[in-house]
Design a protein around this ligand. Sequence first.
Ligand code: NAD
Length: 284
Amino acid sequence: MTAVIINGKEIASKKKAEIAQEVQKLRDLGITPGLAVILVGDNHASRTYVKNKEKTCRELGMHSILIELPETVSQEELLMKIEELNGDPAIHGILVQLPLPKHIDETKVIESISPYKDVDGFHPINIGRMMTGQDAFLPCTPYGIMVLLEESGISIEGKHVVVVGRSNIVGKPVGQLFLNQHATVTYCHSRTKDLTFHTSQADIIIAAVGIANFIKAEHVKEGAVVIDVGINRNETGKLCGDVAYDEVSEKAGFITPVPGGVGPMTITMLMFNTLKSAKNTLHS
Ligand code: NAD
């Protein structure tokens, strides 16, 4: 079997066009969705991500501001900046680009963002609401994965989903979203014994490990759906995922490529959440 490629770039473009239309409708009512991104320090990868977020905001007709703070900024100054943005009516979404310098407590920072503006979906209130199936800002990468499957016509109810990785930003929440949609979910992680035993039973595998080409054909059941979250560099410096694409695509039913799979969806769902937050102000 040769897998059907789930084209994340194409699905993201379609979703972004829908978001841009909704943004225009809100602007006609006098509300321009606004995203504030805080970048602390000068991490090269973080700067690239932040620039992309700003660019996408502009493309979709949203307002965006970038607040750059030096590596040496104190936690108190950062919290004060967030407080200011919490009270700014032109800002509907606040994102603090992670990782933060070591002297800053990431948990404190995340908890200081208003849950109503937490478009990353990392605040414990949004996580709790997601867990209990209430309306919430869903974390962007997990949410993007659910949209990829929906747009590809892949049903979830009753499926066995194996999530490899249990980080707070990808593994844990994505498993919860599958559970909310009536899948049977298994989590695997660095201390799982006999990974292949679990993954080879999966109808859907989510690879969020952060190790280049980690999931091989032997891990995958014939015809399974394989979603590759990883963004890694191989030994030649080439961008690659957590899945050994060439061999796994010969066995899987559906597969996401890297690049062009999950990646484009993450930023798209950030835009979606910012729009959602702006729309919420209509009813408040
Ligand atoms: P992380 O390092 O926080 O977590 C990795 C997880 O993999 C851990 O839970 C660990 O238990 C598990 N793991 C490690 N070794 C393992 C092993 N041998 N067997 C089974 N499990 C093992 O990583 P993360 O933040 O969840 O990111 C994972 C990957 O996804 C990275 O490559 C990251 O760059 C990428 N990522 C991509 C996007 C996107 O938009 N596409 C977003 C976030 C993260």
